[in-house]
Design a protein around this ligand. Sequence first.
Ligand code: NAD
Ligand code: DAU
Length: 354
Amino acid sequence: MRNFKSILVTGGAGFIGSHVIRKLLINRPEAKVVNLDALTYAGNLTNLRDVETNSRYAFVKGDIQDAALIEKLFADYTFDAVVHLAAESHVDRSIENPMAFLQTNILGTATLLNAARTAWAEGFGDRIFYHISTDEVYGSLEADGLFTEETAYDPRSPYSSSKASSDHLVRSWHHTYGLPVVISNCSNNYGAFQFPEKLIPLMIRNIRDEMPLPIYGEGINVRDWLWVEDHASAIDIILHAGANGRTYNIGGLNEWKNIDLVHELIRLVDKALGRPEGYSKKLITFVKDRSGHDLRYAIDASRIEKELGWTPSIKFEEGLAATVDWYLNNGDWLDSVTSGAYQKYYETMYGNRE
Ligand code: NAD
Ligand code: DAU
């Protein structure tokens, strides 16, 4: 088991990163945590309001492609671990603007790898560079089968190929320079603070506001949903106990067809808002499919269970109900992140789908 004194988390103002920072501050009282985040549209410091006065936490606004800044941060904070989450993360945006994905996800990751290698040149010891990746690098499944850590890479969107590239870079720094690394590939996360461009918060908001519910294609695509706090726990465990050079798949064993999930969200939101059962079904709108839409993702998470003892802690029904409650009770957060630029995004993405 490793112990760290100074951890660099990139992308900590985003959805998963904010949960990871909270988890590390609670579980690791000996560690300082520095959050490096460029505060793109997806980064929001209100996601971390409850920890901002913690003396073991610091925020630095900056880009992971800024080599000089990262070199200075390594010198100032003497990091002994990096947890790298910063990324452009939304598939639809990658279809509209692939270059931003290549820059942040590929060049940004290479910049961080180089900085760690240089800063730790006198000896790697127990230090670790932990790269957070996605199950989308494995491509798309038909009705059967699961992604294992041995599944061949077959990314099919600019987002997933940029993440696959970054995984390859991390492994190449390990094999070529000996940099201690660990990688995890996780399925779809859900929970509080997710930007409402992603399916679950977008649908909750639209049901609340009685707006159309845009289902891509026929709604038959399948995703494996995991509670974000369970992902954060898995990350904490892998960071401290994952084997050097190893990859771990993380998933919820919880597959849902999009259309079924939207029906479940309609049931939960209508109930919470005191509407008659089935009231919002009329909002369902089938729209033009996502280009190259992956049919199904599903994870075999037996390695992390066997080797590190991690399994999801809560049932989907419980997590989804808590998530719906969170968004309905945090309408200010939802309204603030969907004001301004979000309206233009929504018009561009959905205006030409119908
Ligand atoms: P997110 O989009 O909510 O957050 C990304 C964060 O990175 C934001 O705070 C943003 O400001 C920051 N960022 C973006 N570009 C940056 C740059 N150039 N420099 C510094 N900071 C930058 O993403 P998320 O959903 O929290 O995903 C986090 C990581 O987990 C990503 O690497 C993603 O690929 C991976 N992942 C996500 C999921 C999921 O379901 N959301 C599942 C598996 C893996
Ligand atoms: O599998 C892990 C990945 O999960 C992460 O690496 C990505 O960062 C994350 O964005 C997520 O990717 P998806 O493309 O699966 O998530 P998204 O929420 O965008 O879409 C989930 C499914 O819902 C997908 O089949 C597309 C569909 N969808 C999505 C939106 C936003 C719709 O039908 N309508 C919508 O409006």
